[in-house]
Design a protein around this ligand. Sequence first.
Ligand SMILES: *Cc1c(COP(=O)(O)O)cnc(C)c1O
Ligand SMILES: [Zn+2]
Length: 420
Amino acid sequence: MTLTVDRHTVPSPASGLVCRSCGAQFPLGAQHACLECWGPLEIGYDTAALARVTHDEIAAGPQSIWRYAGLLPVGQNAATRVESSTGMTPLIRADRLADELGFTAPVYIKDDSANPTHSFKDRVVSVAITAARELGFRRIACASTGNLANSVAAHAARIGMPSIVFVPSDLESAKITQTSVYGGTLVGIEGSYDDVNRLCSELGETEEFEDTGFVNVNIRPYYAEGSKTLGFEVAEQLGWRLPGQYVAPMASGSMLTKINKAFKELVAAGLVPSSAWTVFGAQSAGCSPIATAFDAGTSEVIPVRPTGIAKSLNIGNPADGPYALDAVRASGGAMAAVNDDEIRDGIRLLARTTGVFAETAGGVTVAVLKKLVEQGRIDTSVETVVYNTGDGLKTIDAVSAAPTVTIKPTLKGMREAGLL
Ligand SMILES: *Cc1c(COP(=O)(O)O)cnc(C)c1O
Ligand SMILES: [Zn+2]
């Protein structure tokens, strides 16, 4: 008999759960709120363990987010990971976009529409469902604005775990269809995402849902760590260094915050040279509680009732809003919000200059980039990474269009249309 040794089987570098509000520490497990102050918990690491991770070890890993297992709380043992080939998405140098906006430094699009279910959510779900399995949950669930629903249903299907997904019933039809096709139970709720989220928190307390891991509720500390891989990959793709600026969309504010955390951990682990970076946050005018607090100079995020076409970002009461504000302010960055027409223009601007078709969230991010340039609030001489988090085919109605012209299949038809 041959003994196969998994060279990636190293102990988890995670050391416990840490309260982001008061700093109290708790053992790792399915807990998301501090027992001292009810503040949100996040994963704490043994910094010595992070510092042992090497570039070579990462390069020898799979072409997926699991190459960074040494920097994540779960998945060190390849046998327990949920591998969905998520991550290692293209970092596209967008020279034509940079020119059009007047950048003298390179602008890159990190294109997360290239993930298996066509949004960045595959990153957080891969980590969360791996954690759910390790923690002994039998069923997986989520409250979603659409993309999370797609990803949870797909990952559950991959490993044959039952899933139950809760969404606002007025979601884009592509996101409803994409979720239901993977199987599992899809529950449409007559209400906003914030209503859905409240219901899921209540369900998590019931006996019937004891065996259920809600990826973004009771196992949220694990889920959130998946977003760090958006930071790790950009650093690796730039040749193990950090960009000078990044622009990211915000729903709960978690992703933007965790990219920042990833950059800090890379510096602390000695995997990139220490350098300064500036963080920019993007929201839609129909749901801009975080950007509004930024403009008001406060850290109090006042909940709103979301409207507008950027449904994947429509969280009116964003859990990580204060932390996103901290990350942006501490870096000397800025936030802005754009209306539905600007979002459509942002989708078209990205598409016609780079060949990338983004969903409305990507339209928000590109439109905010443009606005920040126009307002002189972003430095166009600094290398900038722009995160496109979802695929345009998911929100096709936002920019639905017909052919430029329809003609008979003849040269005469071409002539009549002025094309010949
Ligand atoms: C969920 C989501 C985000 C950001 O979500 P956070 O809650 O801020 O982490 C960004 N873009 C898309 C397309 C999403 O689905
Ligand atoms: Zn606390």
